[in-house]
Design a protein around this ligand. Structure first.
Ligand SMILES: Nc1ncnc2c1ncn2[C@@H]1O[C@H](COP(=O)(O)OP(=O)(O)OP(=O)(O)O)[C@@H](O)[C@H]1O
Ligand SMILES: [Mg+2]
Length: 253
């Protein structure tokens, strides 16, 4: 059970620039973001606007060129590499679209991978990974190889693996990009349930308005900052005319 800081993620005036030969690309330009435990936030934005860059910074996979990022109250911009890996192992879960399951391991073995570094006992590992697979509705396929599973099933296993270290923050980059609409919707519902029932902060990047609408808040990354206005305009510009106000369908499951 996660207890402690109510604000799971705080980004204050975050900058990230990349040097590209002779040019400097200013991607994040003073980005602010606060996400509480139990909150599910969707981030949208044009391709190249810096969405993955921002997730990488929050996930401790990259360092900002300016500003502060707190995860569970700890300033991760100050951590050395060892402390940062520890933070990643214990507080942060990631579900990225190109993060494939290891093909030579079964579903349950894939879920156990993050636990290996922490020397969790084999029986505990098994018990916990089975419970995680059950929580995402795929325990009946625990001993199947990834290639024997459908795309949606593999996503569920990857989600279980992202939760193996009981993260406070779950970061997802286009988690449903490869899935059909219905399957994608199921995964998003699962992610939202995880935020609510398990009091995690879930941040997902998406291009899909339907996915974004499932979130508590939708933010648009534009000109290096997160804004809550202009989201309807953003989706219309990508050819989608939808109501982008977040939906509350918790009553329907
Ligand atoms: N390691 C890097 N070195 C140089 N430039 C980078 C690096 N990582 C990202 N960039 C640049 O930063 C900008 C933002 O990239 P990012 O991947 O964050 O965009 P994105 O919003 O996730 O886009 P997409 O929706 O296409 O995934 C791009 O111009 C990209 O080329
Ligand atoms: Mg990206």
């Amino acid at each position: 059970m996660n207890t402690g800081n109510e604000d799971a993620v705080i980004c204050k005036e975050v900058f990230r620039e990349f040097e590209d030969g002779t040019r400097v690309i200013k991607v994040l330009r003073g980005t602010d973001l606060t996400v509480k435990r139990g909150e599910f936030v969707a981030i949208v934005g044009a391709s190249g606007s810096g969405k993955t860059t921002l997730l990488n910074l929050i996930g401790g996979l990259d360092r900002p060129t300016g500003g502060t990022i707190l995860v569970d109250g700890i300033d991760i911009t100050d951590l050395n590499d060892d402390k940062m890996s520890e933070m990643r192992r214990h507080k942060i879960g990631v579900l990225f679209q190109d993060q494939h399951l290891l093909p030579i391991f079964t579903a349950i073995e894939n879920v156990q991978v993050p636990m290996l570094l922490d020397e969790v006992r084999a029986d505990k590992r098994h018990e916990k990974s089975m419970a995680l697979l059950a929580s995402v509705g795929i325990d009946h396929r625990a001993h199947h190889m990834p290639h024997e599973l459908s795309g949606g099933m593999r996503s569920r296993v990857a989600l279980a693996r992202a939760l193996a270290n009981d993260p406070i923050v779950l970061l997802c980059d286009e988690p449903t990009g490869d899935l059909d609409h219905k399957t994608g919707g199921e995964i998003i519902k699962l992610m939202r349930d995880l935020a609510k029932k398990e009091n995690r902060a879930v941040i997902t990047v998406t291009h899909d308005p339907e996915t974004a609408r499932m979130a508590d808040r939708i933010l648009l990354l534009r000109d290096g900052k997160l804004v809550s206005e202009l989201i309807g305009e953003f989706f219309r510009a990508s050819g989608v005319d939808v109501e982008t106000r977040p939906v509350d369908d918790s009553s329907t499951g």
